[in-house]
Write a protein that binds this ligand. Sequence first.
Ligand code: ZN
Length: 208
Amino acid sequence: MDKSTAISIFEKMDEEQIVKADKAVKQAMVYTAKVNGEQTQEITFVGIKHLILQLAVKDNPLEILESRCELQKDDPDDRSTWHWRAYKKFRNINTRLESDGRSECPFLDNGRYDAFAQRKADSKAERNAQRKQIPELVIKEFLKSVNSDQIQDVEKANVKKETQLCTCPPDRRIPSETIRPDGHLECRHCSCKISSLVSEEIIKNRGK
Ligand SMILES: [Zn+2]
């Protein structure tokens, strides 16, 4: 795809959709993270889906050529060595451009069975393959169109998760099913940890 096609695709969707999109939608499409000490912006899974849809609308739909996701057991007796390994290959029906993506996800998450592991590996391989179908220029312009104050900061969210206590009223608090390594439950509403006292109480009540 040449640059002018890329730009025209972007302009249409930018003007009509992204600019008018509310904060939540933009937040879902872009995140920032520090890579090698440098603050960078990256497009999320949702953002890539959005751009792929825009391509399809402009007569550039993707067809899937290959899709695999296998559980590989490096040591059959040791589940911590098991991984879901996914591979996807797409082709742009119009330009014939082919791209592929791989991903893997451990079978266990912190020593426990992860019911979503297969889907995670699958989705990430799909994202990696589809991202290569979007011209870099389109991604750059897309990232530029989102103001920095509207972007979720992965790092800040993580710091919040690690240190701050949940102050949600009990009826708004959403305790996580899993227990954090530090023994606290996490609040799915505010992403903060729930105090030890309340965590213990919830865990105790679940045991009944
Ligand atoms: Zn909370």
